[in-house]
Design a protein around this ligand. Structure first.
Ligand SMILES: Cc1ncc(COP(=O)(O)O)c(C=O)c1O
Length: 407
């Protein structure tokens, strides 16, 4: 056996913060704890019966196809039905190429592999989805996080950073304009419009992550979830990613990218070396779910349930949290992002809250530099309403305790 300190790990793996995700997931699944930690749907919400019925009614040869390897870019009938679905939403499916990936995290990872060399710069929002941070760091990128406000990424901060990085420009910018993870932000149309000339001036490619766009709670939000990929296809270079995880189930491990043909060619090569193809089994099922119209009905149901959970969390926060907390009401998605008053030690709040039976995620998890703990994330997506009320009560008491002047 080689001693562990003699193992010659790569630089890229040494820079990863994998343990945080792992710890997080293990807390989120402890049975006795009310978890606001995991960014996942509730098990009780999955369309188990619909999928049972689909599988049982499949012809034998299609079932067998499901067990087999498939083409790298995806199961052709699913590519077709997804293309139709996206076309109806106005997405530019004719001038771009669609690829099915193993979760949208793989789409992000592939794009990172296609573009990033060690020491390259990538711009993200701050906060940023932890999976994006890890994917970019795994190719040894330097990340520059730019502040988010209620309307989207801060344009002034972005401009000044891009001006100062002209000698070595970033490879791309990664944004989640719809129901951001963790911030919950839904970009305004104006903020998206303001972004265009900035990206054009700096020839900056956009990786647009739209994992949550389908999960809007009201009519105005529905109008605002139109992706930049749809609005500004002719003005910008955009690689768009999305996922079946939040609209069927993450266990399917299916996502997709819609990208310009040149980029698609490189991405396909990368995917070949990663996993050859995404699971054919779940692609067969997803295709039937989508094609039959069952998916749209299911998403409609999800929107109602997640909105109810969000409403319950918001009213519990109003009831139990100290007034000093700042937060915005989400208009879709899974998350609330709560700002603490200065000098509150969030680690001790987390510890106390876990002891009493509720868990959440501290802010620095989502800071590309891993430092800023001025916020925390609450997810309402996989917690039934009575538990939300109970858990927020626990957390509210812990926050009030932490705000008491020390004796
Ligand atoms: C913003 C965002 N993008 C991408 C993903 C990746 O999801 P998946 O790989 O399951 O499609 C997630 C999952 O939580 C997410 O929050």
């Amino acid at each position: 056996m080689i001693k562990s300190d003699m193992l010659r790990y790569s630089k890229s793996v040494s820079s990863l913060r994998t343990s945080e995700i792992r710890d997080l997931m293990s807390l989120a699944t402890r049975p006795d704890i009310i978890s606001f930690a995991g960014g996942m749907p509730g098990n009780e919400l999955f369309p188990v019966e619909e999928i049972d019925e689909i599988y049982n009614n499949l012809p034998l040869d299609i079932k067998q196809t499901g067990f087999q390897y498939g083409p790298t870019p995806g199961y052709p009938p699913l590519l077709e039905s997804l293309k139709e679905y996206l076309k109806k939403k106005g997405m530019p499916v004719e001038t771009n190429k669609l690829m099915i990936t193993t979760g949208s995290l793989q789409a992000i990872n592939i794009l990172a592999k296609v573009f990033i060399d060690p020491e390259d710069l990538v711009v993200t929002e701050n906060p940023c989805f932890i999976g994006g941070i890890s994917a970019f760091k795994s190719y040894q990128a330097h990340l520059q996080g730019i502040d988010l406000d209620d309307d989207g990424i801060n344009i002034q901060s972005l401009k000044s950073f891009l001006n100062q990085s002209k000698p070595k420009p970033p490879k791309f910018i990664y944004l989640t304009p719809n129901f951001h993870n963790p911030a919950g932000t839904l970009y305004t149309e104006q903020r998206k419009r303001e972004l265009v000339p900035v990206l054009q001036e700096h020839d900056l490619m956009l990786v647009e992550d739209d994992a949550y766009g389908e999960l809007y709670f009201d009519e105005e939000a529905r109008k605002r979830v139109v992706p930049l990929k749809t609005l500004y296809e002719n003005e910008l270079e955009i690689c768009y990613t999305s996922s079946f995880s939040k609209i069927i189930g993450p266990g399917f491990r299916l996502g997709w990218m819609l990208v310009p043909p040149e980029i698609y060619q490189k991405a396909e090569l990368c995917k070949q070396s990663m996993d050859a193809c995404s699971p054919n089994f779940t692609q067969v099922l997803a295709n039937e779910f989508l094609r039959s119209g069952k998916m749209e009905l299911y998403i409609k149901k999800l929107r109602i349930i997640y909105k109810r959970r969000k409403d319950t969390m918001v009213s519990a926060i109003r009831k139990y949290f100290p007034e000093e907390m700042k937060w915005a009401e989400p208009r879709g998605g899974f998350y609330m992002w709560v700002q603490l008053p200065p000098k509150v030690d969030i680690m001790s709040v987390l510890q106390a809250s876990i002891d009493k039976g509720a868990v959440f995620v501290i802010g620095k998890t989502f800071d590309p530099e891993g430092k800023d703990n001025s916020h925390f994330r609450l997810s309402y997506s996989n917690t039934p309403e009575d538990e939300i009320e109970k858990g927020i009560h626990i957390l509210g008491d812990c926050l009030k305790e932490a705000l008491k002047p020390s004796r």
